[in-house]
Design a binder for this molecule. Structure first.
Ligand code: ADP
Length: 253
């Protein structure tokens, strides 16, 4: 069976500083329908938003993102569990940092765990473990983490669900005349240079980290689809019907 990684970002999973539960349910329902054709690994953000909305915080005081994420991660997982339970699908939590990809021994450890989950029809849900890690050990965004996960678990495709339809020649939230790329076989020069441009309070990535993820995978003969996570139609047609409607497909020639 084909193996894919689906990454959902904060822009899709959160709304008004809270977990967007309906969108989460739509995603879970998509995963449930994809399971007949694919082994699926989910990489998800949302721990900070989940913590932020659930904790009784004095909003006038500064509190670290790590502290909020530590409280939010179990809340995020419990939100997922409730939705996967509807489809009678078991889930597992995998927390990783950049260090886990540094040595073969450590990489093999989580590869084995993920393989065991998939063999037993469990959906592994991956997030960055930013609680104990130092900044040097962190990817800082789940775009690159999901690319590393896709490569090290031998997934043929990474699907990144974001708040845009794909990759444009310029930022579509700023320029109305921005044109979407349908397929990218080679990244435009200088595409990987620039500031991260996240479009949401909890987002850490922006387009640059998505392009870095695409570049990493294309160099290793793997593919990435960047598509809309609010409206899952383009992801559905691509994955279930093999029809590329909207969304940018990154693949080397
Ligand atoms: P997520 O939380 O899904 O990772 P981000 O906010 O980090 O989302 O990244 C997506 C945002 O990147 C878009 O909403 C858009 O504003 C911005 N962006 C900047 N340049 C581009 C571009 N050339 N094509 C598409 N999106 C872009």
């Amino acid at each position: 069976m084909k193996r894919i990684v689906i990454k959902v970002g904060s822009a899709v999973l959160t709304e008004n500083n809270k977990i967007a539960k309906e969108r989460m349910l739509n995603l879970v329902s998509l995963i449930a329908s994809l399971r007949k054709s694919y082994e699926i690994i989910l990489v998800t953000s949302g721990a900070v938003a989940a913590g932020y909305s659930a904790l009784k915080l004095d909003k006038s005081k500064q509190i670290s993102k790590k502290a909020i994420a530590a409280a939010g991660q179990p809340i995020l997982m419990s939100s997922y569990k409730k939705k996967f339970d509807i489809y009678n699908i078991d889930t597992a939590q995998i927390l990783l940092t950049e260090d886990d990809f540094d040595s073969r021994k450590r990489t093999k450890m989580f590869q084995d765990i993920i393989n065991t989950h998939l063999d037993n029809n469990i959906v592994p849900i991956v997030n960055e473990n930013d609680i104990t890690a130092t900044p040097e050990e962190l990817f800082g965004d789940n775009d690159q983490l999901s690319a590393y996960v896709a490569h090290s678990t031998n997934a043929e495709l990474l699907v990144i669900l974001s708040d845009i339809d794909g990759y444009y020649d310029k930022n579509p939230t700023e320029y109305k005349d921005a044109k979407i790329f349908k397929t990218i076989t080679k990244l435009p020069k200088n595409a990987l240079i620039g500031e991260a441009t996240p479009n949401n309070t909890f987002a850490t990535g922006g387009i640059i980290t998505k392009l870095k993820a695409a570049d990493f995978l294309m160099q290793r003969g793997r593919k990435m689809l960047l598509c809309n996570g609010f409206d899952l139609d383009s992801a559905k047609s691509f994955l279930l019907k093999g029809e590329h409607t909207l969304g940018t497909l990154f693949m080397s020639e």
